[in-house]
Ligand binder design. Structure first.
Ligand SMILES: Cc1cc2nc3c(=O)[nH]c(=O)nc-3n(C[C@H](O)[C@H](O)[C@H](O)COP(=O)(O)OP(=O)(O)OC[C@H]3O[C@@H](n4cnc5c(N)ncnc54)[C@H](O)[C@@H]3O)c2cc1C
Length: 428
């Protein structure tokens, strides 16, 4: 695991009614499947494996939900980074449509799972808005919308006037609305998934940093400070917190910090004027800004932040200043919480699934869009780990490829963020 300084606890930790407290792995244990990482990917896979009667152990360095899954923006968004036509051109007429169906269907899968398991996590399916400030992102959103509509998806373009009504600001020239999106309380959802996985028979361990993963006598042995698990199959689900566990894996992605500031609960009048129908929104711009109003009427404003843990909202002034510019009625509102966490960016901006050796699967690189995708991937990964896939795997399985000149990437990312921020500030 890489150096993970504890960042400011996310607001979700305070409002989830406690955190998980699973015991640390002790002694030598056996499982058919061992999973490294207790976020959406690891927990959803564990849940689906256990529900199918499989013997599974989850090893989490901190506690389930400590990583991005318990501290994200809670936006349940459909689709991938690329437009459907591009996906089909890149991956062909068989895999392409599977990827499209799977990724655009991921929010329905997630809301369905929450309902089936009765997880109380403030889930609402009120849609996602991709908002455009300038003509270039507007044209791009129109292209995406046309391709989605052609495929019968519940997507529509909103003009400047309806954007003003739906957002409470006149900042946007247009937006793309996708009715399948929505929001949830990320830590409540993660803890609910963990409890459901355990209830179905999965063994969950916290405080269990996997220090090594080695082949011994035909099985995979995962070692922590105080114990080990010998398993037939392993899933590595460590996303932005990936360390040196598997050779070259850390170098196949760039962990980028995303940051969020939350206000105190807003008055009904102010809260009622911002996103009154309670969709979630992200801006299609040089740097992504995303926001929503949560179930307590707090505004959660997210975007790129410093590449290190942050203490309070003053570290992301550009976001809180921007919120004030969008809704001047926020003047005087207190920003009570701020935190950040790591998203995993891949070079091709696609999720990566690898099978580098017999019995080892790796799934990571959600590029900041893992709430729905990682939930849905859990079911697909579980089927593959059981060797009883009822349908072809929904995403490409690719060779593990470290990024060339990886150690210079953080600088490149920083430069891109800074230039994006300047461009946004000056309206370029
Ligand atoms: C601030 C922020 C906002 C975001 N907003 C959104 C959003 O609104 N919508 C959206 O779709 N996505 C969002 N994302 C991305 C989303 O949260 C992630 O894509 C998703 O949670 C990934 O889940 P995961 O299970 O793959 O990884 P994580 O939840 O990050 O879990 C990985 C876990 O692996 C553990 N680990 C690492 N190494 C080891 C080891 N050696 N041994 C044991 N355990 C280990 C870590 O402790 C960690 O808990 C956001 C992310 C952040 C950080």
């Amino acid at each position: 695991m890489p150096n993970m300084l504890e960042s400011n606890p996310p607001r979700s930790r305070e409002t989830a009614g406690g955190t998980a407290n699973y015991p640390a792995l002790a002694g030598a244990q056996r499982a058919r499947v061992a999973i490294v990482g207790g976020g959406f990917t690891g927990l959803s896979t564990a849940l689906h494996l256990a529900e199918a009667g499989d013997d599974v152990a989850v090893l989490e360095a901190r506690q389930p939900g400590w990583g991005a899954s318990g501290r994200n923006g809670g936006q349940v968004n459909p689709g991938l980074k690329y437009d459907p036509d591009t996906i089909e051109a890149m991956f062909g007429p068989e895999l392409g449509p599977r990827m499209i169906d799977f990724s655009y269907g991921a929010p329905d899968f997630t809301f369905g799972l929450i309902k089936r398991l009765s997880i109380a996590c403030e889930a609402r399916q009120n849609g996602t808005i991709r908002a455009a400030i300038r003509p270039k992102p507007e044209a791009a959103a129109r292209t995406t919308a046309a391709q989605c509509v052609r495929r019968g998806m519940p997507v529509e373009m909103l003009d400047a006037q309806s954007m003003a009504v739906r957002t409470g600001t006149d900042r946007y020239i247009s937006g793309m609305f996708d009715a399948r999106g929505g929001d949830l309380h990320p830590l409540k959802y993660t803890l609910g998934l963990a409890a459901a996985a355990q209830g179905a028979g999965a063994r969950l361990f916290g405080g269990s940093d996997v220090l090594s993963l080695k082949r011994e006598a035909g099985r995979w042995v995962l070692k922590t400070a105080n114990g080990s698990v010998s398993a037939e199959k392993v899933l590595v689900a460590t996303n932005g917190y990936t360390g040196a566990l598997w050779p070259g894996l850390e170098q196949s992605l760039v962990p980028v910090f995303s940051a969020i500031a939350a206000t105190e609960p807003l008055s009904p009048t102010v809260a009622g004027a911002i996103l009154p129908e309670r969709p979630v929104l992200y801006e299609a711009g040089n740097i992504t800004v995303y926001y929503r109003i949560d179930a307590e009427n707090r505004l959660l404003m997210g975007g790129r932040g410093p590449m290190k843990p942050i203490g309070d909202a003053s570290a992301i002034r550009y976001l809180t200043d921007y919120a004030l510019r969008l809704w001047p009625a926020l003047a005087g509102t207190r920003w009570t919480h701020a935190w950040n966490g790591r998203v995993a960016i891949t070079k091709d901006h696609l999720l990566h699934i690898h099978e580098p050796e017999d019995g080892v699967m790796i799934c990571l690189g959600y590029n900041g869009r893992g709430v729905a995708m990682a939930s849905a991937m859990g079911a697909a990964l579980a089927q593959r780990l059981r060797g009883n896939e009822t349908s072809p795997f929904p995403m490409p399985i690719s060779p593990l490829q470290p990024i060339r000149f990886h150690r210079f990437w953080p600088l490149g990312v920083k430069a891109a963020i800074l230039s994006g921020r300047l461009k946004d500030r000056f309206g370029l």
